[in-house]
Design a protein around this ligand. Structure first.
Ligand code: ATP
Ligand code: MG
Length: 487
């Protein structure tokens, strides 16, 4: 049955080269080490798994990063089992390009360190090994065992107690340490969603499916493995991951996986703001930020990440709401074009609507002056930090982008030259254009800066001379600063 389904859905078009010949070409590119002993698939207990044979799926080595292949071969040659797992397999089956490649193995982190010079063990709660190949990082995890009921801690006194333990959880069921290693069968059932628990091996080029992930992939369903409530309590970040994958893949969250999500949203309060910051960035840098935010706001968990933003964007037609939508769309376009995006710009847009509300609440002038803006910015950032710990380098850049909105009003030749040389000019200018696109009337300011940047030297000179003419007559007394710089 499954074989039939996969054949129907993943049948290769006639024009696509045969997997076997693609594999042969890829094997040429990545030379396995010689002299090792190959891992034996017979060692694995695959009795509870469905095997999808090489000819029944579309994954070929050509779609896999050469570095990931190198790692798989190296493990194999050293006698370890190693599989491609997670997003790499899922996305290749869906014919999307994987964001990264994750590998699961029976080698322990210490074994991995011995095998690879570029290995670095990271994480305490859940140890993983990063193998760095230039800018590419291959994430390797050791098969996890089932979580035992021993070692239960109150979260309050957990820090001291769990030091040195490999396995621990809180009285509420949250996993505090997860470093007990097991078999591939156990590992599969410890993963979050069925579509993330498919294992591909270069040993026989098969896919091993312990959790009916292929069926869910074909039905476009995000289904949590095991009892949903228990799994969310173990790690509440899974609530966010369900939303992220549903939005990114355009999948539906399966009914029993969806049912407890709003009721358990409060569990996110127990997750550190630092981890939530990382997760928030993943939500918006997966290539579909606009869709993800639209899905996210239908869930209660959104309140635990972006309460202020949600409150300030209840009217989707307001310029601030529209700016946020445009910024998210812009993020997707940039990523699709291979350009970078910065968390500072993203967060400057996320918090722009609450910033506008804070300015209104403070009865700031309209447009507000720089000092009012700085005060409101501090309050809005401070509140957000309770939820997601935005690192200081990003909050500094966010403030600069916002302050640039005051400074971009051309006043004099000197101010223009200073602003053009400012490291945050480009981001501030892009932000200004978004505000105009969102419907704010800024008197053609965006166009002025566009012209200024594209003009040749003599036109620039004319524009600056215009400013000199318009500029205030020389006066001994300076105007107060807050009136000088307004949005
Ligand atoms: P992508 O990399 O495209 O965002 P992914 O599925 O590969 O998606 P990763 O965060 O790279 O996600 O994690 C790799 C795999 O590790 C997942 O597919 C899943 O099997 C497992 N995993 C990650 N986080 C969790 C978690 N919180 N609980 C259980 N399993 C997890
Ligand atoms: Mg991944």
């Amino acid at each position: 049955m499954l074989r039939k389904l996969t054949r129907a859905l993943f049948r290769r078009p006639a024009a696509v080269a045969d997997n076997a010949s693609e594999d042969a070409a890829a094997a040429h590119a990545v030379k396995p080490l010689t002299g090792g002993r190959s891992a034996n698939m017979q060692d694995l207990d695959l009795s509870s798994a469905t095997i999808i044979e090489r000819q029944d799926h579309r994954i070929s080595r050509r779609g896999i990063s050469p570095n990931a292949l190198k790692v798989l071969y190296r493990f194999n040659e050293a006698g370890f089992h190693a599989f491609l797992v997670g997003g790499g397999v899922r996305d290749l089956l869906l014919q999307n390009s994987p964001k990264d490649f994750d590998i699961s193995t029976n080698a322990t982190p210490e074994d991995i360190k011995q095998l690879f010079r570029n290995a670095r063990i990271i994480g305490r709660r859940f140890k993983i090994v990063h193998l760095s190949f230039g800018r590419e990082i291959i994430e390797v995890t050791t098969f996890r065992a089932h979580h035992t009921v021993a070692n239960e801690f109150d979260t309050d006194d957990s820090r001291q107690g769990i030091r040195g333990l490999d396995s621990a959880h809180s009285t509420g069921g949250m996993i505090l340490r997860d470093n007990v290693y097991g078999s591939i069968n156990e590992d599969a059932l410890r993963r979050d969603f069925t579509v993330n628990a498919l294992y591909y091996t270069i040993n026989q080029f098969i896919i091993i499916d312990f959790a009916k992930g292929m069926d869910d992939l074909n039905d476009r369903l995000i289904r949590i493995i095991g009892d949903p409530e228990t799994r969310y309590r173990e790690d509440p970040v899974r609530l966010l991951r369900a939303i992220r994958f549903a939005a990114k893949l355009d999948f539906t969250i399966e009914a029993s996986t969806r049912a407890p999500m709003d009721r358990l949203a409060y569990l996110l309060e127990s997750i550190s703001p630092a981890r939530l910051f990382d997760e928030s960035i993943k939500l918006f840098t997966g290539g579909c930020a606009e869709a993800t935010f639209a899905v996210l706001r239908q869930f209660k968990v959104a309140d635990y990440l972006f309460k202020a933003t949600l409150d300030s964007t209840s009217d989707p037609a307001s310029p601030a709401s529209r700016l946020l939508t445009l910024a998210l769309r812009n993020t997707d376009t940039r990523l699709a074009a291979g350009k970078s995006v910065t968390p500072a710009f993203l967060y400057a847009a996320m918090l722009w609507p609450p910033l506008q509300d804070a300015l209104k609440a403070a009865n700031a002038d309209n447009p507000p002056g720089l000092v009012d803006l700085q005060d409101a910015a501090s309050n809005v950032i401070m509140e957000q930090l309770q939820r997601t710990a935005i690192p200081r380098r990003f909050t500094t850049a966010m403030r600069e982008i916002w302050e640039m909105q005051c400074r971009l009003k051309p006043r004099s030749r000197r101010s223009v030259e200073t602003i053009l040389a400012h490291p945050r000019f480009r981001a501030g200018y892009d932000f200004l254009l978004l505000r105009e696109e969102a419907g704010e009337d800024l008197g053609g300011l965006g166009q002025w800066w566009t012209d200024m940047q594209s003009a040749d030297r003599s036109l620039q000179e004319t524009m600056l001379a215009e400013l000199d003419k318009r500029g205030p007559k020389k006066s001994k007394r300076r105007k107060p600063r807050r009136q000088d710089n307004n949005l």
